[in-house]
Design a binder for this molecule. Structure first.
Ligand code: UTP
Length: 415
């Protein structure tokens, strides 16, 4: 049987109707191109992903509130002591930042990598703002931290070219490394693989939970060890206020002998649709708003604070041992509905206005269950959280700019 026939058989067996139709119609070069890809594809994985697309992960785990520390309530004596502990590690160059920039950013709808989006009122790109935060840390601690930026197959080259073009915004190039995360195929709602206008099967990054595996496979963990990195702060690309080098968070983790620490902000109101830190079966975890019942949503403690009120802002600190450990686990895949271009059966490109496909994603916080414990540090929303997710409305460039300018206008005026 030749490759084309074998491909058709495989497609039939796995119910890939759409590509099968292409295999009947298109010219030989395109047939060959598709066949080459199909024969390499792991259909067991594709079928498993589709079958589990609605899997629920809550099951019967015991869910309890998690303890947290409110940064505002620490006395200056405590702060000084904790800072000293954190400072030492940063000053000795044992601290690194990982920015997860492998997402598709479909909601923002920007044509390039999210970090290359320019905030018009601020007059800066997202990556530029993040770089400035790290440059400020250099001023404070006298040492540039190593910066590892996770990209995807879709945006890796564009991201690197952008940094090159802008001369790394003044950050020492030798301290910046890019690494690519793994991918998974995109599927339409009937389980068909998507094909793009170049007759390539469409893949997308495997979620921010893929960060640990990518750190291992791309030999970044090895690089960290060469540089004697002991602590790694992992955060998203889309929070322009991210305080990535925080000696208080670090000092707290070290002082309390914790393998990990995360930042939270106080939930704005009980019904807010955010992921909340909690404990599941005694281990740190995040509960999604959709999985919380009424009682949990409104429950309060003696000080009238929400019992489940610490929102996740995707800023997580891990010691290097935890990073190594987490890289050995296989995370489960969640399924998100996203807008992804494809070609229809007439080979016309379709750019959807509504979500049309499943993207399979591991979530970084699914790794928490493998950790013994975690410090949760509540920080001020207005100081550390201005996410850019949507093109307009909540969590958009407009809202983020407003928060940024409110905090920094004073400094800008003083310049
Ligand atoms: P989001 O869940 O907001 O996804 O990512 P997104 O892909 O950026 O945006 P939408 O949903 O398509 O609009 C949260 C953080 O995790 C990173 C993102 O870059 C962002 O910093 N991420 C997400 C990855 O690095 N890889 C992924 O596969 C997914």
């Amino acid at each position: 049987m030749d490759d084309i026939e074998q491909t058709k058989k495989l497609l039939k067996k796995n119910n890939q109707i759409k590509i099968l139709k292409f295999m009947e119609k298109v010219d030989d070069t395109k047939k060959k191109k598709l066949a080459d890809q199909i024969l390499k594809l792991d259909f067991e994985q594709v079928n498993r992903l589709y079958k589990n697309r609605n899997a629920k992960f809550v099951n019967e785990k015991k869910i309890e509130p998690i303890k947290y520390i409110n940064k505002n309530k620490l006395s200056s004596k405590e702060i000084n002591e904790i800072k000293q502990i954190g400072d030492q590690v940063i000053e000795q160059g044992k601290y690194a930042v990982v920015t997860m920039a492998g997402g598709q950013g479909t909601r923002l709808g920007w044509k390039g990598p999210k970090g290359t989006f320019k905030l018009e009122k601020v007059g800066k790109y997202i990556f530029e703002i993040l770089t400035e935060t790290l440059l400020k840390a250099k001023e404070e601690y006298g040492k540039e931290v190593y910066w590892y930026i996770m990209t995807s197959i879709d945006n890796n080259d564009k991201t690197i070219n952008f940094f090159e073009k802008h001369n790394y915004f003044g950050y020492p190039k030798e301290k910046v490394k890019f690494f690519k995360q793994n991918t998974l195929p995109l599927l339409d709602f009937d389980g068909n693989l998507l094909v793009d206008k170049n007759f390539e099967i469409r893949y997308a990054s495997d979620g921010n939970g893929g960060v640990f595996q990518a750190l291992k496979e791309d030999k970044i963990i090895e690089d960290m060890q060469v540089h004697n990195i002991q602590w790694v702060y992992v955060c998203g690309v889309d929070n322009i206020m991210a305080n990535m080098v925080d000696d208080v968070l670090l000092g707290l983790a070290i002082k309390n002998k914790m393998p990990s620490a995360s930042k939270s902000v106080k939930k704005a109101y009980p019904e807010e649709k955010v992921g909340i830190f909690c404990k599941k079966n005694g281990k740190p975890a995040i509960i999604e708003y959709i999985d919380m019942n009424e009682k949990m949503i409104y429950a309060r403690d003696d000080e009238n604070e929400l019992l489940f009120g610490e929102s996740n802002i995707v800023g997580h600190l891990f010691n290097i041992e935890s990073v190594k450990e987490l890289a050995n686990y296989h995370f489960k895949y969640h399924c998100a509905k996203k807008k992804n271009p494809y070609i229809d059966e007439n080979e016309n490109e379709v750019i959807p206005n509504e979500p049309n496909s499943y993207k399979f994603e591991a979530f970084i916080f699914d790794g928490f269950e493998y950790l013994d414990d975690m410090i949760i540090l509540r920080v001020n929303r207005e100081d550390e959280f201005a996410p850019i997710k949507n093109a307009t409305g909540n969590d958009s460039p407009q809202t983020a700019e407003k928060i940024y300018l409110q905090k920094y206008k004073q400094n800008i005026k003083n310049k």
